[in-house]
Design a protein around this ligand. Structure first.
Ligand SMILES: Nc1nc2c(ncn2[C@@H]2O[C@H](COP(=O)(O)OP(=O)(O)O)[C@@H](O)[C@H]2O)c(=O)[nH]1
Ligand SMILES: [Mg+2]
Length: 301
């Protein structure tokens, strides 16, 4: 069976002045989920604000969703001009949660953009073209409601060696269960953007399963034609030690299996057990689509 193609672009295809023109009256939010990202959060926020809020009027708000960072992340983000919210303070009535996906889900409740762009906050070579590249297909190509970033990711300066969880976990799972996603170059990329009306229809896996979970669910909902992937150049982020990748990999496996209908316990928390280490609980609970939450709130009002 031939592998289906994905509409693929480069950030260079989308000069910022064309985006500003195409944006018209629509509103654009940039969101950075962050936990203990003090070294990188300030420069990222500052770059988005300088180039895309002040110099060009492309982005309407820059929001950092913090999760109890203890290293001054919130203060640095605020000093650089972001609106900083604490995940725990958003929709406490929805019950406790944790992780990157939980912060992203909550970001839909505190932002106003018709388009929401998410970027990781640990990127060391962030450039505004991450944001403009992701916005390009949404603003300038027909029928696109979600765009996913991809990039070259060096490990210790060596090309093509980054992305261990991607290569050893996500790609095999995709090949086995979701071959329609095989042409996404970075299925676990944290840089992606979508139209709010689509994003609010989707459940969010709370932890590190969120990136793959959303990709699977978006393809399911809008088809490959409704998605673009965009080359964002080279991306350098904090590379984790192998033992830190185990819980992330577990979240990715669980998310994929739950969507493939293999896991019997979609809502129970898996535990990663390893010899001579404390077992680690992995956050894989899911937040319901925001549209459901809004409907429930409207009924109560
Ligand atoms: N708010 C919040 N952000 C998180 C949490 N976990 C991870 N992040 C952020 O999500 C982004 C990606 O996380 P990272 O650990 O770099 O994932 P990796 O690149 O896949 O190893 C970074 O900006 C993190 O700070 C969390 O529990 N809460
Ligand atoms: Mg990272």
């Amino acid at each position: 069976m031939p592998t289906p193609a994905v509409r693929t672009f480069s950030h260079r295809d989308f000069p910022v002045d064309r985006l500003v023109e195409a944006k018209g009256d629509s509103r654009i939010s940039v969101v950075l989920p962050a936990r203990n990202e003090a070294p990188t959060i300030g420069p990222i926020v500052a770059a988005v604000r300088r180039h895309l809020v002040r110099k060009q009027r492309l982005v309407d708000e820059v929001v950092v969703v913090d999760d109890g960072s203890t290293d001054g992340t919130a203060a640095r983000a605020a000093a650089a001009g972001a609106c900083v919210v604490s995940a725990a303070e958003v929709a406490p009535e929805a019950g406790p949660g944790s992780g990157k996906g939980n912060a992203m889900w909550k970001s839909l409740l505190v932002t106003e953009g018709d388009i929401v762009v998410w970027c990781d906050a640990d990127v060391r070579n962030f450039r505004p073209c991450f944001v403009t590249g992701l916005l390009g297909p949404l603003l300038l190509e027909d029928g696109v409601s979600f765009s996913k970033g991809f990039y070259e990711r060096p490990l210790d300066g060596v090309r093509g060696q980054g992305g261990r969880v991607t290569e050893l976990v996500a790609r095999p799972l995709i090949s086995l269960f979701f071959p329609q996603l095989a042409m996404f170059a970075q299925p676990l990329a944290g840089e992606y953007a979508g139209r709010r009306e689509l994003l609010e229809q989707l459940p969010f896996v709370q932890g590190y399963g969120v990136d793959l979970g959303l990709l699977i669910d978006v393809v399911d909902r809008v088809g490959l034609n409704g998605i673009a992937q965009v080359d964002l150049g080279v991306r350098v982020h904090r590379n984790r030690a192998l033992d830190e990748l185990g819980p992330q990999a577990t979240a990715v496996v669980h998310t994929a299996l739950a969507r493939a209908g293999v896991s019997a316990h979609r809502d129970s928390l898996p535990v990663l057990a390893r010899p001579w280490r404390e077992p680690e609980i992995v956050e894989v609970r899911e937040r319901p689509p925001v549209a459901q939450l809004r409907a429930a709130r409207a009924q109560l009002a």
